[in-house]
Design a protein around this ligand. Structure first.
Ligand SMILES: Cc1cc2nc3c(=O)[nH]c(=O)nc-3n(C[C@H](O)[C@H](O)[C@H](O)COP(=O)(O)OP(=O)(O)OC[C@H]3O[C@@H](n4cnc5c(N)ncnc54)[C@H](O)[C@@H]3O)c2cc1C
Length: 458
């Protein structure tokens, strides 16, 4: 029997499985998706959506208003993420602590875990020469308007930007093993130490026994089961919550499926007379770092996307759409991500289908409008000839559903990551986030994995 079975191999599961294996344990990592490597990731944008995402692309909330991006493969969402690695600030940890009652939610207690994870990743802070046209327009306008901005820190090795390689392609998996996904930074290293990986198994049922946990799933249409001394769910906000709901935990833990948040993102485009080439080089190298924006609950990022995604974001039709798309190289793009309230819910219907409800509160709407006002100022200061707001918006940072806390009536896992009332079942991914930090979540998810691994190995 394995000492530990980790279910889900994304940001949380990848780092946890690696640190447990490194600590000498016998570990099995189970993943619903396939294993892709640097030379087998899909080569086109359309194949990326169809092959790497749950549901073959975007999933929507119950009202079909908000889109969610969630991937299914070894490495999880870390395969497609931008790998911007930020530690939380005191604001984020204090809010977590007051919501959950967990006293180690602070920068001092988390520092050793951040340090350990950062030392296992190649990290790079962008310099001026790496800014593309979109970033330069953003920086110049922010300086004129006296908005504070800063260079982003990304997990990457050699991206080959100086050899003409554009990093937009790595949104479908990095073909150079440069981007520090969980696959590159942890799982591939874990394999060398004896980490076992079972792919294409979707776990649906969890049964806790006295000294072990049995998990049951489907592999290529056939039932399959595993038994581990301890099982840790790392299926992400939707995945772990769904496994827990399917296994009947809602009757014991009323908070299961609650407190969902996702940092909703809204994108605006400015059409410039000159070419911007926002798809070139490091397409995301700067972001707002303005304490006033942080206080008001939003941040801006200098983002872009490949042509099919941009075509979808331009929600107009026919000749007008064609005219805009012909100006792809002239597009300047900025997104606002809001620190939304955690009022969403994750449920399943009687066929086991996920139902996600996410409605904006008045305070969320205020954050959005304040952010969009700032974007409008930046675009007009940059001299955009025309401005376009996409009516579609997305959640890329899926958080909550199995939140951590001291009260079993308001949370699902205790401060030791154990499901309340269970001694061998744990959760360690973004589903345990008590609320939205308003900061990129990936580094903290990995660091929580390190914390739990240390605790379990001890
Ligand atoms: C396009 C994009 C860009 C992003 N950019 C950044 C960024 O720059 N910085 C940052 O910090 N964050 C970023 N994020 C967010 C970040 O990727 C996620 O917050 C993080 O990866 C979540 O980690 P996780 O372990 O909770 O879940 P995931 O990484 O989603 O991993 C969950 C894994 O569990 C598997 N799974 C689910 N259910 C089951 C089941 N029943 N059985 C077996 N396996 C299962 C899934 O297939 C998946 O592989 C981005 C996200 C996206 C989509």
């Amino acid at each position: 029997m394995h000492d530990f079975i980790v279910v889900g191999s994304g940001s949380g599961g990848g780092s946890l499985a690696y640190y447990l294996t490194k600590g000498g344990a016998k570990v099995l990592l189970i993943e619903a998706g396939k294993m892709y490597r640097k030379d087998t990731f899909p080569k086109s944008e359309a194949d990326t959506s169809a092959q790497l995402y749950w549901g073959g692309g975007i999933e929507f909330d119950k009202d079909a208003r908000m889109g969610f991006l969630r991937t299914k493969m070894v490495g999880g969402s870390s395969i497609v993420y931008q790998c911007l690695m930020d530690r939380f600030d005191d604001i984020a940890f204090n809010d977590w602590k007051s919501e959950s009652g967990v006293d180690w939610f602070n920068n001092q207690d988390m520092a050793p875990h951040y340090d350990a994870v950062e030392s296992d990743m190649l990290l790079h802070t962008f310099v001026e020469s790496e800014r593309n046209g979109n970033a330069r327009l953003f920086v110049d306008a922010c300086d004129k308007l006296d908005y504070k901005w800063g260079a982003l820190r990304r997990g990457q090795g050699d991206c080959g930007a100086d050899k003409g390689n554009d990093c937009l392609a790595c949104l479908g998996g990095c073909h150079r093993d440069s981007k520090q996904s969980s696959l590159v930074a942890f799982i591939q290293k874990g394999e060398k130490l004896g980490l076992e990986i079972q792919t294409e198994v979707e776990i649906g049922q969890i049964e806790s026994n006295k000294d072990s946990v049995t998990i049951k799933g489907i592999n290529n249409g056939k039932p399959i089961s595993f038994q581990g001394k301890k099982v840790i769910l790392c299926g992400g906000s939707f995945g772990s919550t769904k496994m827990m709901l399917q296994s009947g935990y809602k009757s014991k833990l009323p908070a299961l499926g609650n407190n969902f948040a996702s940092h909703p993102q809204f994108m605006w485009f400015g059409l410039q007379k000159e070419k911007v080439d926002a798809h070139k080089l490091m397409f995301q190298s700067v972001a707002s770092k303005d304490p006033n924006f942080r206080k008001q609950g939003f941040k801006l990022e200098n983002v872009f996307a490949p042509p099919i995604s941009i075509a979808m974001l331009y929600t107009i039709y026919g000749a007008k759409h064609q005219q805009y798309m012909k100006r792809y190289r002239h597009m300047q793009c900025i997104e606002v991500a809001i620190r939304d309230e955690n009022n969403g819910t994750i449920q399943i219907d009687n066929k086991g289908k996920l139902i996600v409800t996410k409605r904006f509160t008045d305070s969320d709407m205020l954050k959005k409008s304040k952010g969009l006002e700032v974007i409008k100022n930046i675009l007009s200061t940059s001299g955009a000839e025309e401005v376009f707001e996409s009516s579609l918006y997305f959640g890329l940072h899926l958080m909550g559903g199995c939140v951590m806390g001291i009260d079993p009536n308001k949370s699902v896992v205790n401060p030791d990551f154990q499901v309340h009332g269970e001694s061998n079942l744990y959760i360690a991914d973004s589903s345990i986030y008590p609320n939205a930090p308003g900061i990129n979540p990936g580094l903290t998810i990995k660091s929580l994995g390190h914390r739990l691994a240390q605790q379990l190995i001890k």
